[in-house]
Design a binder for this molecule. Structure first.
Ligand code: VGL
Ligand code: ZN
Length: 201
């Protein structure tokens, strides 16, 4: 058992990010068993769930003439347009059936406002609207976070960098993450996380 100041953050281990899903990440399902084995070592256990309304502005289907995986300028900055995924209440938004969700203390949903996406578990993509997770972790006495899940270069990356900026000690277990890797986004994410003081283990 790890000490009480350490939390595990399990990011977006949902059907749509696993093989067969709407935004499948290669090998996404391979990390589920090892994550189940690791979670019980932690005193504080938070899972995240990407959770979008059917008309979410990050969906390419909402922007005429734009294809999935193209870029668009949003009021809060550049945004990748995605295939429709993790629609609220859908099977795709459900956690992978093998993931032991019973072990979670807290499940935080993100991306539920139509106008703004949220990769990070801490702030929406404007980098200033909080999700409330910082307060949850601090009031539980957490100062150190281990992160695993999907996808390495998007939600794990943004969550890890934000947590480090907030002053948490952050480790990302790369063997328990899988990447989308869009145009070198994995390499950029690894550099960005290292520069932010995130430990890649
Ligand atoms: C994610 C793209 C869109 C992720 C979520 O979990 O990394 N990526 N929504
Ligand atoms: Zn999403």
């Amino acid at each position: 058992m790890r000490p009480s100041n350490e939390a595990i953050l399990v990011i977006d281990v949902q059907n749509d990010f696993c093989p067969g899903g709407a935004l499948a990440v290669e090998g996404g399902d391979q990390i589920v068993g090892p994550i189940n084995a690791l979670v019980p070592e932690f005193a504080v256990r938070v899972f995240t769930q990407d959770w979008h309304p059917v008309d979410h502005s990050s969906f390419a289907s909402q922007h005429e003439g734009y294809d999935a995986f193209s870029m668009i300028e949003m009021p809060y900055g550049p945004q990748v347009l995605w295939p429709d995924h993790c629609r609220i209440g859908s099977e795709g938004a459900a956690f992978h059936r093998v993931l032991d969700v019973r072990a979670a203390d807290m499940i935080i949903r993100k991306g539920f406002r139509r106008e703004i996406d949220s990769y990070s578990a801490f702030f929406e993509n404007d980098h200033e609207t909080p999700t409330g997770l910082e307060g949850y972790l601090r009031t539980r006495g957490v100062d150190t976070i281990t992160m695993v899940g999907l996808a390495t270069d998007f939600c794990v990356n943004f969550s890890a960098v934000d947590a480090a900026k907030l002053g948490f000690k952050v480790s990302v277990v790369e063997s328990l993450c899988r990447a989308i890797d869009l145009d070198g986004s994995l390499a950029a994410a690894r550099t960005g996380m290292s520069d932010a003081g995130v430990k890649l283990v």
